[in-house]
Design a protein around this ligand. Structure first.
Ligand SMILES: Cc1cc2nc3c(=O)[nH]c(=O)nc-3n(C[C@H](O)[C@H](O)[C@H](O)COP(=O)(O)OP(=O)(O)OC[C@H]3O[C@@H](n4cnc5c(N)ncnc54)[C@H](O)[C@@H]3O)c2cc1C
Length: 289
């Protein structure tokens, strides 16, 4: 499906962002490949979107192509040797539940992350001492010229909230490996992680989770707190009372409000602590001057 001038606010957890010139939602590899080959001259302006739980789209929208993998990329298959092959558009929670149903442990942390598997690989997402690199085996991706390649564990370097893959790739499917476990114990662990997450972080709000990465041996939220940013508000954007590294759209924010809040917090933290906070969320689109 190709849409023109599609509102991106519908696809970001911030519920913000202007229109995309072209928004493409393929349902098969063939459809995707065909589209990439036909739009070759525009290939340097593509953004691949997962569940939008880590992406702020600017108010001006995106003057290029947004590709969001459709339902055809949500197949989940159990393989031998405790492995699961999962489509990149599958939600992390769905995979955690699938692993639990099949008595495989190691996937429990994914139940706490609201993104897709493609997003989890790009961000090396994780929580509570786990991240996706720890269960990663291989992935299949297509480049913007339509060529498909498999990458194994040895060919990718994962680091805190990222990896060294070229960003002109669309991850199609991922193979992950767990360990055999007791279904009941796996479900219990998932439940306790979810409970902990609910206590520590806000839920049911318009946010993209942690705004900044944790600097080495420091916690971004602690630096934000000691820099007196906990009550900062810019227009309709504010710092969460529950977790001060989460920034919120209170319903009336613009993307510019969120960005101004980000800059304000970054400046105050630098002046107070000397630490330059690095963004975890991705900001997409042209900045208005
Ligand atoms: C309430 C809340 C709690 C959160 N808690 C956590 C947490 O505990 N731990 C954590 O690590 N994160 C957390 N996050 C952040 C976010 O959920 C993760 O970064 C998540 O993995 C992003 O996945 P997504 O599909 O939403 O990615 P998107 O926001 O859609 O995209 C993020 C990046 O991934 C790329 N991408 C997505 N899919 C593909 C693909 N198929 N191929 C190539 N590139 C792709 C995008 O281009 C972009 O660069 C939280 C967010 C929220 C809103």
């Amino acid at each position: 499906m190709i849409y023109k001038n599609e509102k991106l606010s519908k696809y970001s957890w911030f519920n913000l962002g202007g229109p995309a010139e072209i928004f493409f939602k393929p349902n098969s590899i063939d459809e995707l490949k065909d589209f990439l080959l036909k739009s070759k001259n525009k290939n340097n302006n593509i953004f691949v979107l997962g569940a939008g739980s880590n992406t702020l789209f600017r108010d001006s929208g995106f003057d290029g192509i947004i590709i969001k993998l459709g339902k055809g990329f949500t197949e989940t298959k159990l393989l031998e040797s405790n492995k699961i092959q999962v489509g990149a558009a599958t939600l992390d929670k769905k995979l955690a539940d699938f692993a639990c149903q099949n008595s495989l442990s190691g996937f429990e942390f994914l139940s706490c992350i609201p993104g897709s598997i493609g997003g989890a690989i790009t961000m090396n997402s994780g929580c509570y001492d786990s991240d996706i690199s720890k269960i990663f085996v291989s992935l299949e991706a297509i480049n913007f010229e339509g060529k498909i390649k498999t990458f194994t564990k040895d060919e990718i370097k994962f680091f805190y909230r990222g990896n060294n893959l070229n960003n002109k790739l669309i991850i199609l499917s991922v193979t992950l490996q767990g360990k055999p476990g007791e279904k009941y114990q796996i479900a219990k662990k998932q439940e306790s992680l979810l409970k902990r997450k609910k206590e520590e972080q806000p839920s049911r709000i318009k946010t993209c989770g942690s705004t900044f990465k944790n600097p080495v041996n420091k916690k971004a939220w602690e630096l934000i707190k000691v820099s007196n940013c906990s009550n900062l508000i810019v227009g309709g954007a504010s710092v969460s009372k529950h977790h001060c590294n989460f920034f919120l759209n209170n319903g009336k924010a613009s993307s510019a409000d969120i960005e101004k809040l980000i800059e304000k917090v970054r400046e105050k933290v630098f002046l107070k602590t000397g630490t330059n906070l690095e963004l975890e969320i991705k900001i997409v689109g042209a900045k208005k001057v």
